[in-house]
Write a protein that binds this ligand. Structure first.
Ligand code: GDP
Length: 180
Protein backbone atom coordinates (compact mmCIF):
# COMPACT_ATOMS: atom_id res chain seq x y z
CA UNK A 1 0.00 0.00 0.00
CA UNK A 2 1.28 3.48 -0.85
CA UNK A 3 1.83 5.79 2.07
CA UNK A 4 -0.52 8.32 0.52
CA UNK A 5 -3.35 6.01 1.42
CA UNK A 6 -2.84 6.66 5.11
CA UNK A 7 -2.21 10.39 5.06
CA UNK A 8 -4.77 12.48 6.88
CA UNK A 9 -5.21 16.19 7.42
CA UNK A 10 -6.03 17.11 11.01
CA UNK A 11 -7.14 20.65 11.91
CA UNK A 12 -6.81 22.20 15.37
CA UNK A 13 -9.61 24.55 16.40
CA UNK A 14 -10.16 26.59 19.54
CA UNK A 15 -9.84 30.00 21.16
CA UNK A 16 -6.45 31.75 21.28
CA UNK A 17 -4.37 30.76 24.31
CA UNK A 18 -5.94 27.36 25.00
CA UNK A 19 -2.76 25.48 24.06
CA UNK A 20 -3.15 24.43 20.41
CA UNK A 21 0.41 25.36 19.45
CA UNK A 22 1.81 23.72 22.58
CA UNK A 23 -0.01 20.49 21.78
CA UNK A 24 1.09 20.39 18.15
CA UNK A 25 4.67 21.19 19.13
CA UNK A 26 4.70 18.23 21.48
CA UNK A 27 3.25 16.06 18.74
CA UNK A 28 5.78 17.21 16.18
CA UNK A 29 8.71 17.51 18.52
CA UNK A 30 8.83 14.13 20.22
CA UNK A 31 12.33 12.89 19.45
CA UNK A 32 11.74 9.70 17.53
CA UNK A 33 13.20 8.43 14.29
CA UNK A 34 10.58 10.37 12.31
CA UNK A 35 11.81 13.90 12.01
CA UNK A 36 8.91 16.33 11.78
CA UNK A 37 8.85 18.70 8.84
CA UNK A 38 7.01 21.95 9.11
CA UNK A 39 5.15 22.14 5.80
CA UNK A 40 4.66 25.77 5.27
CA UNK A 41 3.50 27.86 8.12
CA UNK A 42 1.95 26.11 11.08
CA UNK A 43 1.51 22.72 9.44
CA UNK A 44 3.30 19.68 10.83
CA UNK A 45 3.68 16.20 9.44
CA UNK A 46 4.49 13.12 11.45
CA UNK A 47 4.11 9.41 10.91
CA UNK A 48 2.79 7.51 13.91
CA UNK A 49 2.87 3.82 14.49
CA UNK A 50 -0.38 2.88 16.19
CA UNK A 51 -1.42 -0.75 16.73
CA UNK A 52 1.43 -1.91 14.45
CA UNK A 53 0.28 0.20 11.52
CA UNK A 54 1.75 3.48 10.29
CA UNK A 55 -0.35 6.54 9.66
CA UNK A 56 0.80 10.01 8.67
CA UNK A 57 -0.95 13.00 10.16
CA UNK A 58 -0.66 16.47 8.67
CA UNK A 59 -1.63 18.72 11.55
CA UNK A 60 -2.70 22.29 10.80
CA UNK A 61 -2.46 24.92 13.50
CA UNK A 62 -3.75 27.75 11.34
CA UNK A 63 -7.03 28.54 13.01
CA UNK A 64 -7.78 32.15 13.76
CA UNK A 65 -11.18 33.15 15.02
CA UNK A 66 -13.08 35.47 12.70
CA UNK A 67 -12.94 39.12 13.80
CA UNK A 68 -16.67 39.02 14.36
CA UNK A 69 -18.84 36.04 15.12
CA UNK A 70 -21.14 36.69 12.16
CA UNK A 71 -18.22 36.95 9.74
CA UNK A 72 -18.53 33.40 8.51
CA UNK A 73 -17.45 34.32 4.99
CA UNK A 74 -13.94 34.81 6.33
CA UNK A 75 -11.82 32.73 3.95
CA UNK A 76 -9.17 31.19 6.17
CA UNK A 77 -11.98 30.39 8.55
CA UNK A 78 -14.04 28.49 6.05
CA UNK A 79 -10.98 26.83 4.60
CA UNK A 80 -10.10 25.27 7.97
CA UNK A 81 -13.61 23.92 8.32
CA UNK A 82 -13.52 22.45 4.79
CA UNK A 83 -10.17 20.72 4.56
CA UNK A 84 -9.89 18.53 7.63
CA UNK A 85 -10.20 14.75 7.64
CA UNK A 86 -10.41 15.06 11.42
CA UNK A 87 -10.75 17.89 13.93
CA UNK A 88 -9.32 18.56 17.37
CA UNK A 89 -11.37 21.19 19.21
CA UNK A 90 -9.37 22.51 22.15
CA UNK A 91 -10.55 24.48 25.18
CA UNK A 92 -8.78 25.29 28.42
CA UNK A 93 -10.25 23.83 31.61
CA UNK A 94 -9.26 27.15 33.23
CA UNK A 95 -11.38 29.21 30.82
CA UNK A 96 -15.12 28.71 30.63
CA UNK A 97 -15.37 31.07 27.68
CA UNK A 98 -13.14 28.78 25.65
CA UNK A 99 -15.37 25.83 26.59
CA UNK A 100 -18.39 27.70 25.24
CA UNK A 101 -16.46 28.56 22.07
CA UNK A 102 -15.72 24.86 21.63
CA UNK A 103 -19.45 24.12 21.49
CA UNK A 104 -19.96 26.87 18.94
CA UNK A 105 -17.13 25.49 16.82
CA UNK A 106 -18.71 22.05 16.94
CA UNK A 107 -21.99 23.51 15.70
CA UNK A 108 -20.24 25.47 12.93
CA UNK A 109 -18.38 22.35 11.87
CA UNK A 110 -21.53 20.29 11.74
CA UNK A 111 -23.18 22.97 9.60
CA UNK A 112 -20.23 23.13 7.19
CA UNK A 113 -19.70 19.37 6.86
CA UNK A 114 -23.27 18.24 7.31
CA UNK A 115 -23.44 14.83 5.75
CA UNK A 116 -19.89 13.73 6.59
CA UNK A 117 -19.00 11.51 9.47
CA UNK A 118 -15.67 13.14 10.37
CA UNK A 119 -13.88 12.32 13.63
CA UNK A 120 -13.93 15.14 16.15
CA UNK A 121 -12.05 15.08 19.43
CA UNK A 122 -12.93 17.56 22.18
CA UNK A 123 -9.86 18.37 24.28
CA UNK A 124 -9.80 19.98 27.73
CA UNK A 125 -6.22 21.23 28.10
CA UNK A 126 -4.26 22.68 31.07
CA UNK A 127 -5.36 20.09 33.64
CA UNK A 128 -2.15 20.86 35.57
CA UNK A 129 -3.65 24.20 36.65
CA UNK A 130 -5.79 22.48 39.26
CA UNK A 131 -6.68 25.50 41.33
CA UNK A 132 -7.70 27.57 38.31
CA UNK A 133 -10.05 24.94 36.90
CA UNK A 134 -13.42 26.35 35.77
CA UNK A 135 -14.71 23.40 33.73
CA UNK A 136 -15.04 19.98 35.39
CA UNK A 137 -14.14 16.73 33.68
CA UNK A 138 -17.82 15.70 33.96
CA UNK A 139 -18.92 18.80 32.05
CA UNK A 140 -16.40 18.09 29.33
CA UNK A 141 -17.51 14.51 29.02
CA UNK A 142 -21.21 15.48 28.96
CA UNK A 143 -20.53 18.06 26.26
CA UNK A 144 -18.82 15.43 24.12
CA UNK A 145 -21.85 13.15 24.47
CA UNK A 146 -24.22 15.93 23.41
CA UNK A 147 -22.04 16.89 20.45
CA UNK A 148 -21.25 13.32 19.48
CA UNK A 149 -17.49 13.47 19.65
CA UNK A 150 -14.61 11.88 21.57
CA UNK A 151 -13.23 13.52 24.67
CA UNK A 152 -9.87 13.68 26.42
CA UNK A 153 -8.26 15.96 28.99
CA UNK A 154 -4.60 16.88 28.47
CA UNK A 155 -1.80 18.91 29.94
CA UNK A 156 0.69 20.16 27.39
CA UNK A 157 2.78 21.49 30.28
CA UNK A 158 3.10 18.04 31.88
CA UNK A 159 2.96 16.23 28.51
CA UNK A 160 0.01 14.31 29.90
CA UNK A 161 -2.29 12.46 27.45
CA UNK A 162 -0.83 14.25 24.41
CA UNK A 163 0.39 11.06 22.69
CA UNK A 164 -2.93 9.43 23.61
CA UNK A 165 -4.78 12.32 21.95
CA UNK A 166 -3.05 11.88 18.58
CA UNK A 167 -3.24 8.08 18.75
CA UNK A 168 -6.96 8.50 19.40
CA UNK A 169 -7.26 10.63 16.26
CA UNK A 170 -5.56 7.88 14.23
CA UNK A 171 -7.88 5.21 15.64
CA UNK A 172 -10.97 7.31 14.89
CA UNK A 173 -9.81 7.83 11.29
CA UNK A 174 -9.22 4.10 10.85
CA UNK A 175 -12.62 3.19 12.26
CA UNK A 176 -14.23 5.26 9.51
CA UNK A 177 -11.84 3.98 6.84
CA UNK A 178 -12.69 0.43 7.80
CA UNK A 179 -16.37 1.23 7.55
CA UNK A 180 -17.40 0.82 11.17
P1 GDP B 1 -2.77 28.64 21.30
O1 GDP B 1 -2.99 30.11 21.15
O2 GDP B 1 -4.08 27.89 21.43
O3 GDP B 1 -1.89 28.05 20.24
O4 GDP B 1 -2.05 28.45 22.72
P2 GDP B 1 -0.50 28.27 23.05
O5 GDP B 1 -0.05 26.88 22.76
O6 GDP B 1 0.26 29.38 22.42
O7 GDP B 1 -0.52 28.43 24.63
C1 GDP B 1 -0.92 29.64 25.26
C2 GDP B 1 -0.25 29.73 26.63
O8 GDP B 1 -0.71 28.68 27.48
C3 GDP B 1 1.27 29.58 26.56
O9 GDP B 1 1.83 30.45 27.51
C4 GDP B 1 1.49 28.13 26.95
O10 GDP B 1 2.74 27.95 27.55
C5 GDP B 1 0.38 27.90 27.95
N1 GDP B 1 -0.06 26.49 27.99
C6 GDP B 1 -0.39 25.69 26.95
N2 GDP B 1 -0.75 24.48 27.37
C7 GDP B 1 -0.64 24.48 28.73
C8 GDP B 1 -0.87 23.51 29.75
O11 GDP B 1 -1.25 22.37 29.52
N3 GDP B 1 -0.67 23.92 31.04
C9 GDP B 1 -0.23 25.17 31.36
N4 GDP B 1 -0.05 25.46 32.65
N5 GDP B 1 -0.01 26.11 30.42
C10 GDP B 1 -0.20 25.78 29.12
Amino acid sequence: AGSWESLYRVVLLGDPGVGKTSLVNLFAGVPERDVPEPLGEDTYERTLSVDDEETTLLVMDTWEPAPRAQDEENRSHNCCLQVGNAYIIVYSVTDRGSFESASELRIQLRRTRQSENIPIILVGNKTDLVRRREVSVEEGRACAVVFDCKFIETSAALQHNVAELFEGVVRQLRLRRDGS
